[in-house]
Design a protein around this ligand. Structure first.
Ligand code: AMP
Ligand code: MG
Length: 406
């Protein structure tokens, strides 16, 4: 049988086809307080040298090291240097200035003696007997962390707590971040009933929208709508057309297999979505379907099995969206298998795992084998899954595999 679209391709081929069609979402400027969790879309450069002046790092006194070298142990107090005040100065090497952590080093001084090493006697400040100061101590030199104009953050960085502080050092009150796309999640299936509604013995609780939505929200995608549709070609066509017109990304689950009620591929074709591939040599998730609209927007149709849909979202959809935001590619995490796994050699295999301490004081990925690809209750307490490549059947404990977090 001949297929009009690439069919039964490998995991790597599927990923390459999706990557080649990456859609780049625009950027917008936000106030710093709104930037947390976003993907930076500009390089951030230092506004000034850091520190911007020779900065005192201890409460105490500032003196000239030359005076100490000449044997001086007592100093005439000549003022107090507070943080946030312009530099004072000594007039001669017999003087000292009381300094506070974070203050400017006074002119003429280069060394700080901590307050714990000092005593006041006869209106003079004395060093503790036997105390030996290192010239230049407790001074954080101007520009020793970075220079004005140095690049502090690269476009593509994810903005977490340290990056927020660094943005502050950049000196601007706003920053360019990626605009996350709006996403329509669509669950399809005549048997599906939302939680909380009455349910018959032959019906199934709809859970994919919850799991997929959670995985997306955890990555900062908040513009998500969810719809539950019947396996009815007219309803599917009408509702999916409207959702596709009003969202940047369409993620469907269910209805992509070969059953008589699996209308999703035909519906998408009728809406002008070009099929890029259908079916990937993988378990779970073989029926995965991917296409793009004429203007390049991605459409993913995931198999309905709850494990399959979540695995496919994490393995293919999330990386595609991260690339679209301009996020820097994260290094792949790899862990040793904590126990042997047998697979079918023709299929790439995704195995849910829990990350655990191993007997070598490292971390291993302990497989959690599910009964079926729909046995999603076995996923509770797992951290993600490992990818076991196509082409072999036996993966011994200790095999190093790529890890994907839920
Ligand atoms: P499908 O891909 O439509 O053939 O669905 C495969 C299996 O996944 C069937 O047993 C469905 O009942 C189940 N399923 C499909 N969609 C969902 C969903 N949203 N929540 C829970 N189970 C689902
Ligand atoms: Mg179905």
């Amino acid at each position: 049988m001949k297929h009009p679209v690439p069919h039964r391709i490998s995991v790597d081929e599927a990923e390459a086809l999706i990557t080649a069609r990456t859609m780049h979402w625009p950027a917008h400027r936000v106030a710093l307080a709104q930037a947390l969790g976003g993907i930076l879309r500009e390089d951030i450069h230092a506004e000034r040298d850091q520190p911007p002046f020779d900065r005192v790092t201890m409460d105490g006194i500032a003196v000239a090291a030359a005076a100490l070298a000449a044997g001086r142990r007592d100093f005439e107090p000549a003022g107090t240097q507070a943080a946030g005040a312009p530099a004072l100065g000594i007039r001669h090497e017999g003087q000292c200035i009381a300094v506070m952590t974070g203050s400017v080093l006074p002119a003429g001084t280069d060394t700080v003696i901590p307050v714990e090493r000092l005593a006041q006697r006869d209106g003079r400040t004395w060093l503790e007997a036997g105390y030996d100061a290192r010239p230049g101590q407790f001074v954080h030199r101007r520009g020793s962390d970075h220079r004005q104009g140095d690049r502090l953050l690269a476009a593509g960085s994810r903005i977490g707590a340290p990056e927020m502080a660094i943005l502050g050092v950049g000196g601007r009150s706003d920053v360019a971040v990626a605009s996350p796309p709006s996403i329509a999640l669509v669950s399809t299936g005549d048997e599906l009933v939302e939680p909380g509604l009455p349910i018959e013995d032959w019906q199934i609780r709809s859970s994919n929208g919850l799991a997929l939505g959670a995985a997306l929200r955890r990555r900062g995608f908040s513009r998500i709508s969810h719809a539950l549709l019947r396996d009815d070609p007219q309803e599917l066509q009408r509702e999916i057309a409207a959702l596709h017109a009003s969202h940047d990304v369409l993620i469907l689950s269910g209805g992509v297999s070969m059953g008589q009620f699996d209308h999703v591929p035909a519906t998408l074709a009728a809406l002008g979505v070009e099929a890029v591939f259908h079916k990937v040599l993988q378990r779970p998730g073989l029926p995965l379907w991917f296409g793009t609209s004429a203007d390049g927007r991605p459409v993913f149709a995931l198999p309905g099995n709850p494990v399959s849909s979540l695995v496919c979202l994490v393995r293919y959809v999330l990386p595609c969206l991260a690339r679209g935001l301009g996020a820097a590619v994260q290094p792949t995490r790899r862990y040793r298998l904590g126990a042997a796994v047998e697979t079918v050699a023709e299929l790439g295999t995704f195995v849910p795992v829990r990350l655990e301490a191993d007997d070598r004081d490292g971390t291993c990925a302990m497989p959690r084998l599910t009964n079926t690809s729909g046995d999603f209750t076995a996923l509770g307490g797992t951290d993600g899954f490992v990818e076991l490549p196509q082409g072999r059947q036996h993966f011994p404990a200790g095999f190093v595999a790529r890890f994907f977090a839920w």
